[in-house]
Write a protein that binds this ligand. Structure first.
Ligand SMILES: [Zn+2]
Length: 495
């Protein structure tokens, strides 16, 4: 064959996300959800599934589900119920999981995601549909001992502390088309639950678990291809890379005339590939039926209104406001609002009197760099309070200190805090803004460097930077930069 047709494929991706709620107690009993407890200490007859016990719904779980439902502009079911999903597994003492089947608490939601062009930093937006959101209980945790892996382990241990911890399962529409979109969707979901304060959204610790459904089809074809499920990704970059790998694998297989098998595959981070875990034998029959021990759920208009009032400004709303009201770029708005505490800090710096641009620069650059290099520190831990950062910025803006002095002071302020104004005064760091004093210093520098002056006047104007550097060196960074530049300019160009 000489004329191979180049078929173009597109990937169809949907995500199922399990989000662990941060309630103090489990979903159907009063056991603690604390994960630091010794194994099998946060258990009771209810979560261990003893005969004759009755589950009682933790109201906080329902409230959290409704919060997310309202935040994704979903339809909150006025009437829903719990169902039993039957299956046997050693980590499931009841032999069924209480979940929601045909009447989930939320349906038809949506989430706006942002995609950043890595080169231009340009941001585009896309809306992803959310099919449903339901409440369910987590299973226990199996620990395979005697080896790092299940294969080769000599025995398994079980911890029931996690049994009955509340989860929200959030299922997206198959609207995602790339690894980047899926990773961004998962991040936006995490931002949302963190803003709402209902989950820590920590992927490494399993508070946010994403399963990916993925198939490919020739562009223009209506029917979906055979879908494969990928599990075991514990970071956003792993989600992206697993999907990118899987898209290529499936396209290559189809190109080679192989059939795609409906199966569950595992992402192996160390080898950066997916491997087959189990082949799906049709759809599982869980024999769902309504949970007879829990009454149906009815949500009143008053309850919805009360919860609506509790919603904070959400990530997408904050981003739009930062762009529209603060005049920030979509990219800066995104960086500043990624973490709600950082956004609130930034807003407090502005309230403290700093200009928007300067506040944005300090928070996204110097403060962000400090937080990045000290991962155990959050913005709420740093000693530099927003009003003090505002004071520092004001000192620069009104010419009391140079930007360089401010940067020099920052490490101390971050750790010890205090009023920048008082520190500047006590250390004698106030800028030299006396024109005569500066002129004298500049005259001396020019006199000491006749060769540089000659070159400058011969057209090598870049040497201005050299002179500025000398002024800062001579004054210990205290020269008022605007004034110093003005005087320097006059002297350099005045022959
Ligand atoms: Zn319990």
């Amino acid at each position: 064959m000489t004329t191979a047709t180049q078929t173009k494929y597109e990937a169809i991706i949907g995500l199922e996300t399990h989000c662990q709620l941060n309630t103090n107690t489990k979903i159907f009993c009063h056991c603690s959800t604390n994960f630091d407890s010794p194994p099998n200490t946060n258990v009771c007859p209810v979560c261990l599934g003893h005969p004759g016990v009755l589950p009682v719904l933790n109201e906080e779980v329902l409230n959290s589900a409704i919060k997310v439902g309202l935040a994704i502009q979903g339809k909150i079911a006025r009437y829903s119920k719990f169902d039993r999903k039957q299956y046997f597994y050693p980590d499931l003492p009841k032999n069924y999981q209480i979940s929601q089947y045909d009447l989930p608490i939320v349906e038809h939601g949506k989430l706006e995601i942002e995609l950043v062009d890595s080169k231009t930093k340009e941001v585009s937006k896309k809306t992803i549909g959310i099919t449903r959101l339901h409440m369910e209980e987590d299973a226990g945790k199996l620990v395979h001992a005697g080896s790092d892996r299940l294969a080769g382990s000599t025995h398994s241990l079980i911890d029931f502390n996690r049994t009955g911890v509340p989860l929200l399962e959030i299922v997206s529409e198959p609207d995602l088309r790339s690894g980047q979109e899926a990773a961004e969707y998962a991040q936006e979901l995490r931002r949302l639950v963190r803003y709402l304060g209902i989950s820590d959204g920590n992927m490494q610790e399993g508070s946010l678990r994403c399963d990916v459904n993925i198939s490919v089809r020739p562009v223009g074809q209506k029917e979906f291809g055979v879908k494969v499920e990928i599990k075991n990704m514990n970071s956003f970059s792993a989600i992206q890379k697993a999907i990118e790998y899987e898209i290529e694998r499936q396209i290559e297989a189809i190109g080679n005339g192989e059939a795609i098998i409906q199966e569950t595959r595992l992402w192996e981070e160390s080898k950066q590939h997916t491997i087959s875990m189990r082949v799906k034998e049709g759809s599982s029959d869980y024999r769902y039926f309504p949970e007879p021990d829990l009454p149906p759920l009815e949500v009143s208009e008053a309850q919805l209104k009360a919860i609506q009032k509790l919603l904070p400004e959400l990530p997408a709303q904050k981003r739009s406001r930062y762009e529209a009201k603060f005049g920030l770029s979509a990219y800066d708005a995104r960086v500043l609002t990624d973490d709600r505490d950082v956004a609130l800090y930034f807003e407090a710096v502005i309230t403290g009197g700093a200009s928007i641009k300067a506040a944005a620069n300090w928070v996204t650059q110097d403060i962000a760099a400090y937080l990045n290099s000290n991962p155990e520190v959050t913005i709420n831990d740093i000693a530099l309070k927003p009003e003090n950062l505002a004071e520092l910025i004001t000192l620069i803006e009104n010419g009391t200190i140079s930007g360089k002095i401010a940067k020099d002071l920052l490490p101390e302020l971050l750790v010890k805090g205090g009023s920048p104004k008082e520190i500047v005064e006590s250390k004698g760091l106030i800028a030299i803004s006396n024109p005569d004093e500066l002129a004298e210093i500049i005259d001396k520098i020019i006199a000491d460097n006749p060769d540089k002056l000659e070159q400058f006047r011969a057209g090598k104007t870049k040497l201005q930077g050299f002179f500025v550097g000398q002024i800062m060196k001579e004054t210990g960074g205290k020269a008022d930069p605007k004034l110093a530049n003005k005087i320097l300019n006059e002297k350099l160009n005045n022959n």
